[in-house]
Design a protein. Structure first.
Lengths: 106, 281
C-alpha cells in the first residue's frame, strides 16, 4: 500500500494519528496553553480530512476546501479568545493550570 | 512506477513523518517551549500536505493564519510565562495511562473504520447507457500527467481520462471516437476499440463544464452508434483551486462568510475586553 495508489486512506490515517495526539494532549495537560495546542492539533486533523475528501472523492466541488477556510478562521478567533481568557486567569489566580480555576465549585 | 510518482511518494512520507513526529512531540514533550515548536512542525507539514493535495489556496491560508498568526500568539504566551524552563511549573501533566489507553482505542477504531469498514467513492461512478442491444458503461476520471493518479470528477490539471466498457462486446466495432463539448469548445480523440475497457486521454482542456459522449464506428455502416449519458455536466476543468473557492465564497457561501467575518470581529473585541487590566478602585 503506497501513497499514490491509495492517497485518501493515507491522508485519513495521518489525520487520525494527529487527532489522537491532540486528544491525548487535551486529556493529560493541566497548562491551559498546552490544552490550546491540543485543540489546534485536532482542528488541523479535521482540516486535512476536509481537503482530502474534497480532492480525492469529489464530484467536481471545492466545498471541502471552503469548509477548511471557515475552520481556519474559527481557529483564529478561538485562539485569540482563549489566550485572552488565559491572561485573565493568570491575573486572577496567578497560574494558568486549568484545575486552579475552581471558584465556581462552592 | 514513473519518477514523478516516486518523488510524490517520498515527499508525502517525509511530510507525514514530520507531521506525526511533531504531533507526538506536542503530546509527549515535557518542555512547553519544545511543544510549541513541535506544533510549528505540524502546522508547516500540514500546509505542505495541502499543497500535495493541490489545495494551493488552503496551503497559503494555513501558513498565513496558523503559522503567522495563531502559532506566534501561542509562542508569545509561552515565552511571556514566568520561569518557563521549570517543567513542574510550566507543563505539568497528569500521569495518563488511562488517557493513553483511551487514545489508543480511539486510534484503533479510526484505523479500522478507515481501512476496513468505510468504502469511499474514489472516482466518478460508471454510467450505464443502452446502445443497440449492448450495455455501454461510460466513466471518466482525472488524468494527472505527472503522477498517473486517478482522481474524482474535477480535472484540475485540464486532463481527463474517458473510458468506455461494452458488456458483450461485438466483434464489429472498429474504433471509438470520444467527443467532449463545452459551449463552443469541442475536443475529439479517436482510439481503436479494445476488448474490455477502451480508454482515451484528453489534454489541455480549457476551463469550464464539460459534457462528453462516444461514437462507436461499425465497419460497413456509414452511421456511427452514439452513446451518451443523460447528465448535462460530466466534469469541470479548473486551473488551480483558488478561483473556484473565490466564486463559491462570493456566491453560495456569501452569507456564511459574512457571519464568520462578524464573528471574528466580535471575538477580537471580546478578547481585547477580557485581556484588559482590571482597574482597582
Amino acid at each position: 500500500m503506497i501513497f499514490t495508489r491509495h492517497p485518501l486512506e493515507h491522508m485519513l490515517l495521518l489525520s487520525a494519528i494527529i487527532f489522537c495526539s491532540g486528544v491525548y494532549t487535551i486529556l493529560t495537560r493541566k497548562n491551559a496553553v498546552s490544552i490550546l495546542m491540543g485543540v489546534e492539533l485536532v482542528l488541523n486533523a479535521a482540516n486535512i480530512n476536509f481537503v482530502a475528501f474534497s480532492q480525492y472523492t469529489g464530484h467536481g466541488g471545492v466545498h471541502g476546501n471552503i469548509f477548511t477556510i471557515f475552520v481556519i478562521l474559527l481557529a483564529a478567533a478561538e485562539a485569540a479568545v482563549a489566550l485572552a481568557i488565559i491572561i485573565g486567569m493568570y491575573q486572577n489566580f496567578g497560574k494558568v493550570d486549568v484545575d486552579q480555576a475552581d471558584n465556581m465549585k462552592e | 512506477m514513473a519518477a514523478p510518482e516516486i518523488l510524490l511518494n517520498v515527499v508525502f512520507y517525509v511530510l507525514a513523518a514530520a507531521a506525526i513526529g511533531g504531533a507526538v512531540a506536542v503530546a509527549a514533550s515535557k518542555n512547553i517551549v519544545r511543544s510549541a515548536f513541535a506544533l510549528l512542525a505540524v502546522l508547516f507539514s500540514a500546509a505542505a500536505l495541502y499543497a500535495v493535495m493541490k489545495a494551493d489556496f488552503i496551503a497559503a491560508a494555513q501558513v498565513l493564519i496558523y503559522v503567522g498568526g495563531i502559532l506566534v500568539l501561542i509562542i508569545f504566551a509561552v515565552m511571556l510565562t514566568h520561569r518557563i524552563t521549570d517543567v513542574k511549573l510550566s507543563n505539568e501533566s497528569t500521569p495518563g495511562p488511562a488517557a493513553f489507553c483511551a487514545c489508543l482505542c480511539l486510534l484503533f477504531s479510526l484505523v479500522v473504520v478507515i481501512l476496513f469498514t468505510a468504502k469511499w467513492p474514489r472516482d466518478a461512478g460508471e454510467v450505464r447507457v443502452p446502445a443497440d442491444g449492448n450495455e455501454v458503461f461510460l466513466r471518466q476520471y482525472q488524468a494527472d500527467g505527472a503522477t498517473g493518479l486517478a482522481f474524482g470528477g474535477s480535472a484540475f490539471e485540464g486532463s481527463v481520462v474517458l473510458s468506455l466498457r461494452l458488456e458483450t462486446p461485438p466483434k464489429t466495432v472498429d474504433y471509438v471516437k470520444f467527443i467532449a463539448v463545452s459551449g463552443a469548445e469541442k475536443k475529439t480523440v479517436s482510439v481503436p476499440f479494445q476488448k474490455g475497457v477502451t480508454k482515451a486521454e484528453l489534454h489541455d482542456l480549457p476551463e469550464g463544464d464539460w459534457h462528453w459522449f462516444a461514437e462507436l464506428s461499425v465497419p460497413g455502416e456509414d452511421k456511427a452508434v452514439k452513446v451518451e449519458s443523460s447528465a448535462g455536466r460530466d466534469f469541470a476543468v479548473y486551473r488551480g483551486v483558488t478561483e473556484p473557492i473565490a466564486m463559491a465564497l462570493a456566491g453560495p457561501y456569501l452569507f456564511a462568510f459574512e457571519v464568520v467575518s462578524v464573528l471574528l470581529l466580535a471575538a477580537l473585541v471580546g478578547a481585547a475586553f477580557l485581556a484588559r487590566k482590571e482597574v482597582k478602585e
